[in-house]
Design a protein around this ligand. Sequence first.
Ligand code: UDP
Ligand code: MG
Length: 319
Amino acid sequence: MSDPETLSIVIPVFNEQDVLEEMLRRTLAVANALPEETEIILVDDGSVDRSMGIIGDAAEKRPGEVVGVILNRNYGQHAAVMAGFARARGEWVVTLDADLQNPPEEIPKIVEQLREGYDVVGSIRVPREDSFFRRMASRIVNRTVRKTTGIGMRDYGCMLRGYRRRIITAMLACQERSTFIPVLANSFARRVTEVEVRHEARPTGKSRYGFLKLVNLQFDLLTSITNAPLRLLMIFGTVICGLGGGLGVLLFVLRLIKGAEWSAGGVFTLFAALFMLVGLQFIGMGLLGEYIGRIYTDVRGRPRYYVEETVGHGIEGED
Ligand code: UDP
Ligand code: MG
């Protein structure tokens, strides 16, 4: 059960021994200044440095205030955050990175919006010093998410975000293994907003996302948003097949007009046939993809719909 007066702050930690203590100190200071009861949930995502020890000490020193959730190995940031959600008790839940790139001092801004009644509060990184391509990518992601969920946000990359309890409940009900939390949350939200937060360079160490992990994350993002790439196969196939057919007809007509010598012994006709076959193959793959897409949608077991609330009452006792 959630506690209406409590705020949970969920922080995934993966080899962050250098910043962890400072981060905790600053987050606790922020938490103490807030009127809500606050619990800080540190999820150790299989760290191999001293992070686990630091989390253990902090949890022992401040029972109830700091909670450590220790995972046996590295599952990835989003899985770690989900583990934190499962343990969170608060009516409001805020997520934060451990590396101090988003200062904990920005948490009250998020909480303020949650108090206003928003389901999901995102954050926009200012200044955002990303390259043109990163910004383009963000724009594409944003547009696709808006198309599928009807909800648009400017920045999905920043994990300093806040959620209302019912959104957390809905996310925990999803069975899928690869999640991209900001997008998943938006698919259950009605009212969302974004606030501008400071964004700083990582104080120590490199990003915990290596190249492969980053690629994997992009695919998590893509597949959590849409099955459209599968449909693209079908469209691509249809276009090629159509062009092949068109070429065939054109060759046939030219052959009739210009005579047999012109057709170079049927080489071009072969191309036309080839294009049509290749196109058919793509259509076949797209068709398979449609089935696989549906299997995927079913397997991940997201709730078919999410009832926010029911208004009006039925017969007494039948609620
Ligand atoms: N993190 C995690 N598991 C991972 C990778 C990262 O729990 O496999 C945590 C990490 O400790 C940090 C947050 O996720 O608190 C964001 O990671 P990072 O700062 O390396 O990512 P970036 O800022 O480059 O997006
Ligand atoms: Mg970071």
